[in-house]
Design a protein around this ligand. Sequence first.
Ligand SMILES: C[S@@+](CC[C@H](N)C(=O)[O-])C[C@H]1O[C@@H](n2cnc3c(N)ncnc32)[C@H](O)[C@@H]1O
Length: 213
Amino acid sequence: MTDLSRFQHPRFARRYVRISDRLEDLGAEDLRRELVQGLRGAIADIGCGDGKNFAHYPATVDQVVAVEPDATLRGLAERAAECAPVPVRVVPGHADELPIESHSLDAVVITLVLCSVPDPDTALAEVHRVLRPGGELRFGEHVRAQSWLGGAVQDLLTPLARRFDGNCHLNRDTVAALRRSELTVTRLRRFSFPFAPLLPGEPMVAGTAVKRG
Ligand SMILES: C[S@@+](CC[C@H](N)C(=O)[O-])C[C@H]1O[C@@H](n2cnc3c(N)ncnc32)[C@H](O)[C@@H]1O
């Protein structure tokens, strides 16, 4: 049995539920809907949190395995799964060692997770392993700012975010990690998202990366 103790952040988990409800009104709901559009077959939602993506999966999705290491969030995801429009099975696990067979999935969905995993290169290698050839990763992540100043501010704030926001690295260069991986980025949209009132928008990316057949 995989040891998930280092991924338990109960205080952050309880706070995240309130935060994620607010983010939906600020536009996260539209982003989730856009990200899962056109998906079909067997998919995984890695680091599913409280299950905010579930409501948006189209009927062409046959089944979702939702992997979540944090026990508090997993409990909430199980409840969200009961109301989902497609079958969702919530399982314990983490991105570095997915409890999923190799080459078995048509798609993987990751939203706001690669900032928190211990090593994005390992996580993306796992995504590549579980996808079938031609399968795709749909991602929506906050990322390192492109400006020098933005990156410097993120560097300063990251130790706090890691401590209080479930190991979140504000300054993580996830686009570079995607480009280093064995996946091929086929679509990438940059935009900024208003995570907190009064603060400048957080730099984000959303897109698709494919496992070449
Ligand atoms: C900011 S929340 C995002 C949750 C959800 N994906 C969403 O879009 O609302 C970050 C999530 O990543 C999960 N997480 C953290 N480390 C992880 C890891 N190593 N593997 C998988 N998930 C992880 C957390 O437990 C949490 O559910």
